[in-house]
Design a protein. Structure first.
Length: 164
């Protein structure tokens, strides 16, 4: 089902694709709390790269006390040691889901966490990498990159915000 929304006088849309809910358009971040409600997200770890830290802090403000921290060490090729560090932070803060803000590197990090800790993902893509729409992941250990497909890594919700 596709539902049109008028987010801040700009047309957007909302739709369900398989087990994923997609919200697209200017003002999509305003719905982030309701997206977390639908996912059952009570304790949220926010993921980003250092350049996306400001947007991550804005999202942290939007979700309030649900936010348990910001992990801003996402990097290209999703190194396994970075996934382990993020999993440790998530576990130590009792996070039950992640919000991945960024492109393929950050969404890939969220997928790595989901693969190891079975946490739901709310993706806020800032590029057109497309990783937020697939169950495909890639993790790098040393010089070896391992890819795979697993339904656990498919984001439950995607909020495509036109203005950031």
């Amino acid at each position: 089902m596709i539902e049109e929304i008028d987010a801040m006088n700009s047309k957007g849309f909302s739709c369900d694709l398989n087990a994923m809910h997609v919200r697209f358009g200017s003002g999509s971040l305003a719905y982030i709390r309701s997206e977390l409600d639908a996912m059952g997200g009570a304790r949220v770890l926010i993921l980003c790269t250092p350049p996306q830290r400001k947007l991550a802090e804005r999202v942290a403000d939007l979700i309030g006390k649900r936010g348990v921290g910001v992990f801003d060490r996402a990097v290209m090729h999703v190194p396994a040691n970075v996934v382990r560090d993020a999993c440790n932070m998530a576990s130590g803060s009792n996070a039950d889901c992640t919000i991945a803000i960024g492109g393929g590197s950050t969404i890939g990090l969220a997928k790595g966490i989901a693969l190891h800790a079975s946490m739901s993902i709310l993706a806020v893509p800032t590029t057109y990498a497309g990783s937020e729409m697939t169950p495909i992941y890639g993790l790098t250990e040393g010089r070896l990159k391992r890819t795979g497909r697993d339904s656990r890594v498919l984001p439950r919700s995607v909020a495509c915000e036109a203005r950031q």
